[in-house]
Design a protein around this ligand. Structure first.
Ligand code: ATP
Length: 623
């Protein structure tokens, strides 16, 4: 009898593919061979997907560089013919061969230059197209990834993917590929020429390739890890930069400059160390190739000279041979450059493909369910929702149930960290609960099309992010395409009109990056106007009035009362004056509702509940 399979185990133990999906392996410095191979394959698949759509351009570039190499290859051969036949014939009065050789040499020179020009143009266009495609893909994908990904991954890392990693690929496409093609073609072409010119000398030179092949393999294996580490180290530097620049106010307010500098110095050191290891590997490789090249040349000169003296080899052939030989080993340096940029680019592609492999955890449904028509808001329900921010993290909402009828205004109150914002974020579907469901008009949020959900639910947070642009543009985000009159009416409804008109450019004033030109309270008013204009069925206000002064807050509250009349609202507020406009108050504690009723009911709680105590303290503070 077979043992019963343990279902739980099957679910919780991910296979190696699952375990190393996406960005999971990014910070691991030593990978085992299987995982390393998987990541390499992923990078190559990405590279192939970038090349495939522009394969014809790549092939044209290849054809141009092959032709160029063939043309250039003819040079030394013509010198040999000139020395061995052209000049002796000319001495005897027949200049035909000499004229052909000189003409041919000139034509090869001009043709080679023209072909190089065409190759650089075509390959440059190819490279730029690939980079543009990749940059768009990474940016677009990063925007679609869910909040949970960005909270872990940080914007600094995304920036380093979009900048330094893409730069690595740029280096590969700009110089590396040219170097590789030229090197491979020269090496093969010249090898054939050497064997044709003189078989024994040719074979001697080719045996020199054995140590070169061995050292190339060694270089490839060693430099892969070295470059992987440089990519990781540069990402840390960029993350540190971005965090410091983003938090400049806090940095200066808390005098964190020197601490930040020493953290950066540590990362810089790590980067220098990683680069040094990569350069050491590169230096050993280049030295070996040069050494083999120079030794071969010396050997060929010695043996060749003896044979010329003995009459077994013509001088022209030896000259051509040495000229070819120089060109044989020089491109191997280029090969090192290519291996250099290739390993660096593959390490970068490994990280980029990791981001691209990440899947949004909150996905737009394949066959969405349309929300039923609604006039006065929508019902919001939580059915047995259990939520934690990360697998294995602490449970924030343990089996949470809540039914908010359409049109009701609900205030959530409770201590810091009680779970209020989490409830709000689940209503806006920034996350999906692993068990239970959140529904809008009875439809599971997971089945509502994203565009419809964004129209139905609007969340205003304390953050009040404004984009660089005019005040009017920022309000219009609530409903793209709204007229100026509608924008102004929305601002008027929330009491923002007056301050906006007082700005130097009125509604056309540029708010600058992140709305830096406006005060925190003004930003909140703009965010309110934006939400008002969006006219959602469900409005979620998360500490949205916290930066307003008391008179402005009163004005907003009055506006709110009419704004909220025909929609469902969830309000999180620490100020009780805001809470009191709600139809219903929920006191949340440890992710659970511990009191539920109208403000009046809770204030008059016979046993003196938490809200009643809060209310008493508030009244005392006003006295
Ligand atoms: N993005 C996150 N990742 C991990 N844990 C989080 C995240 N956001 C909140 N938490 C945790 O979830 C719990 C509930 O947080 P939540 O923000 O919902 O509280 P809150 O009641 O809104 O608090 P506050 O009144 O301070 O805003 C807290 O313990 C918090 O540490």
């Amino acid at each position: 009898m077979s043992a019963p399979t343990n279902q739980a185990d099957q679910v919780t133990t991910p296979g190696p593919d699952e375990q190393w999906r996406g960005v999971a392996a990014e910070d691991v410095t030593e990978l085992d061979a299987v995982v390393g191979a998987r990541l390499q394959k992923r990078s190559r698949v990405l590279l192939a997907s970038l090349v495939r759509p522009r394969l014809w351009t790549a092939l044209l570039a290849l054809a141009l560089v092959v032709t160029e190499n063939l043309v250039v290859l003819a040079g030394p051969l013509m010198i040999a013919i000139t020395i061995d036949t052209g000049i002796p014939n000319a001495i005897d009065g027949d200049t035909a061969v000499l004229a052909w050789c000189v003409g041919g040499y000139l034509a090869a020179g001009l043709g080679g230059a023209a072909l190089r020009f065409a190759f650089l143009k075509v390959s440059g266009r190819f490279g730029q197209d690939v980079l543009l495609d990749l940059r768009q893909r990474v940016f677009g994908h990063a925007q679609r990834l869910s909040l949970s990904f960005h909270e872990d991954y940080t914007s600094g890392k995304v920036i380093s993917r979009l900048t330094s990693d893409i730069d690595s690929l740029h280096d590969l496409l700009e110089d590396g590929l040219d170097g590789l093609l030229t090197a491979v073609l020269s090496v093969f072409g010249i090898a054939v020429m050497l064997l044709v010119l003189d078989l024994p000398l040719g074979l001697l030179v080719l045996t020199g390739l054995i140590p070169v092949v061995l050292v190339t393999r060694w270089f490839y294996l060693r430099s892969r890890y070295a470059y992987r580490n440089t990519r990781g180290a540069i990402a840390k530097i960029i993350v540190q930069f971005v965090e410091t620049m983003n938090g400049m106010r806090a940095v200066q307010a808390f005098r964190r400059e020197s601490r930040n500098e020493s953290i950066l110095a540590g990362f810089n050191d790590e980067f220098r160390g990683a680069n040094k290891r990569a350069l050491d590997v590169m230096a050993t490789f280049t030295m070996t190739v040069r050494l083999v090249g120079n030794l071969s040349l010396a050997l060929v000169l010695a043996i060749g000279a003896v044979r010329v003296v003995q009459g077994g080899l013509e001088l022209g052939v030896l000259t051509a041979f040495t000229l070819y030989l120089r060109r044989f080993y020089d491109p191997l340096d280029e090969l090192a450059m290519f291996a250099n940029s290739y390993t660096s680019a593959i390490a970068a592609l490994e990280k980029i493909s990791g981001v691209l492999e990440e899947r949004p955890t909150v996905v737009d449904p394949a066959s969405p369910v349309a929300l039923p028509p609604a006039k006065t808001g929508r019902a919001v329900t939580f059915d047995g929702v259990e939520f934690r921010y990360s697998t294995g993290g602490p449970v924030v909402l343990p089996r949470f149930d809540l039914a908010v009828p359409a049109g009701q205004t609900v205030a959530l109150v409770g201590a810091t960290g009680a779970g209020k914002s989490t409830i709000a974020k689940l209503v806006a579907r920034f996350y999906d609960p692993p068990s239970g469901r959140v529904a809008l008009s009875g439809v599971d949020l997971r089945s509502v099309a994203d565009a419809e959900l964004r129209r139905a639910v609007v969340m205003v947070t304390q953050e009040n992010f404004l984009f660089a642009g005019s005040v009017a543009d920022n309000i219009a985000l609530g409903r793209p395409g709204a007229s100026r009159a509608e924008i102004e009416a929305a601002a008027e409804a929330v009491g923002a009109d007056e301050f906006i008109r007082a700005l130097p450019g009125g509604y056309d004033t540029d708010v600058r990056k992140r709305g830096g030109r406006l005060s925190a309270g003004q930003r909140q008013l703009v965010a309110f106007a934006r939400a008002f204009l969006a006219d959602p069925a469900v409005l979620v206000l998360d500490e949205a009035t916290s930066s307003l002064d008391v008179p402005t807050e009163r004005a907003v509250q009055r506006a709110l009362e009419s704004v909220l009349a025909d929609r469902t609202a969830l309000i999180i507020a620490h100020r009780l004056s805001t809470v009191l406009i709600a139809d219903r108050v929920l006191v949340v504690e440890g992710g659970r509702i511990v009191e539920d009723g109208s403000p009046a009911e809770l204030v008059e709680h016979p046993a003196g509940g938490r809200f009643a105590a809060l209310h008493r303290t508030w009244l005392e503070s006003l006295a």
